[in-house]
Write a protein that binds this ligand. Structure first.
Ligand code: NAP
Length: 291
């Protein structure tokens, strides 16, 4: 049974069609951020009746990715006549799910507060998740290597293990730097609470929504978006483990760079306007020595 005939899960023809456009269309779409300054999310979000509350928007736009992968990996192999997937396919699918259990579910629940997200940005992120997960899961389920012999010509076991090591390094670093941003708001929450207690517990705390400081821990000392860079490291490791010829894994990394690089470069301008050039100009946006 298919959720959407021919697409969920995709036939080989539709998978190839989607992958082709995914590799061309998304880089164009992401590049528009160099010329359009509006971005209805996070620091640059403004009030609008088309805004969705941050946490709700985040969960609903990110969850379709790993849910799609789980659905396709549970239905497509049987349709394509694949009896048993090699361990590499399962491990890579598992890594994708682990990442999104954090990114889509835990991350929004752990954030002390999240700015609202405009429905336009929500739609683009939703589209990203669905297209990306369809490409990766189709490759893992049927249209990439599905036997031990096929894997031996795609990626050696040492390369597979090394790639997973890089993935975990990126994942830990991404979590560590996300945590530093959360800590800024937790500290502010505690500060407000102390003030309130000193005043006899009267009055309401101002809240920490849109409370920003310059993060300092770890790689934040040198750059403003180490959490983005760490995420690129993560998906670079995934691509390495899938073999350099894995077009969906390569497209995932390339599309993340097209989406996040302009955001980090524009983010540096935002930091300079907010905190002054003197405090920010010595920090890189995201790639030390380049941006
Ligand atoms: N954005 C993307 O296109 C994208 C794509 C793939 C993966 N990701 C990953 O998703 C995670 C979140 O991405 P994002 O674009 O939302 O990152 P972000 O703009 O750095 O914001 C992350 C969270 O930290 C808060 N925050 C940001 N800067 C802060 C500061 N200076 N002081 C205090 N709090 C601060 C934000 O609050 P507000 O919401 O109030 O601004 C938000 O809740 C990252 O780990 C990233 O690698 C993002």
């Amino acid at each position: 049974m298919s959720l959407i005939e021919g697409w969920y899960p995709p036939t080989r023809e539709n998978y190839e069609r989607l992958l082709f456009w995914w590799q061309i269309g998304y880089p164009i779409c992401g590049s528009l951020q160099w010329v359009i300054s509006w971005y209805g999310m996070g620091k640059t979000s403004v009030s609008s009746r088309f805004n969705i509350p941050g946490r709700l928007a985040w969960i609903t736009m990110e969850c379709p990715g790993f849910l799609t992968l789980l659905y396709v990996m549970n239905t497509l192999p049987q349709k394509a006549g694949v009896d048993d997937l090699p361990f590499q396919n399962r491990v890579l699918g598992g890594l994708f799910v682990i990442h999104y259990c954090y990114r889509a579910v835990l991350f929004p629940l752990l954030q002390p507060s999240m700015s609202p997200i405009h429905v336009g940005v929500w739609s683009l992120a939703f589209g990203f998740q669905v297209c990306n997960a369809l490409c990766i899961s189709s490759w893992l389920s049927a249209y990439g290597p599905t036997t031990t012999e096929a894997w031996s010509s795609v990626c050696s076991v040492p390369q597979f293990i090394f790639g997973i090591g890089i993935f975990y390094l990126g994942l830990s670093s991404n979590f560590f730097h996300d945590e530093e941003l959360r800590e800024i708001r937790r500290r502010e929450q505690k500060r407000q609470e102390r003030i309130r207690k000193k005043a006899g517990g009267d009055g309401q705390a101002a809240g920490v929504e849109k409370h920003y400081q310059i993060p300092q821990a770890g790689l934040f000392r040198y750059m403003l978006y180490p959490h983005y860079l760490s995420e690129w490291v993560e998906w670079f490791g995934f691509w390495m483990a899938a073999g350099w010829g894995c077009a969906p894994a390569r497209a995932f990394l390339v599309n993340e760079i097209f989406s996040m690089l302009p955001r980090a470069v524009n983010g540096k301008k935002w930091y300079m306007e907010r905190f002054g050039e003197d405090k920010i100009k010595k920090k890189w946006a995201i790639i030390p020595g380049v941006w």
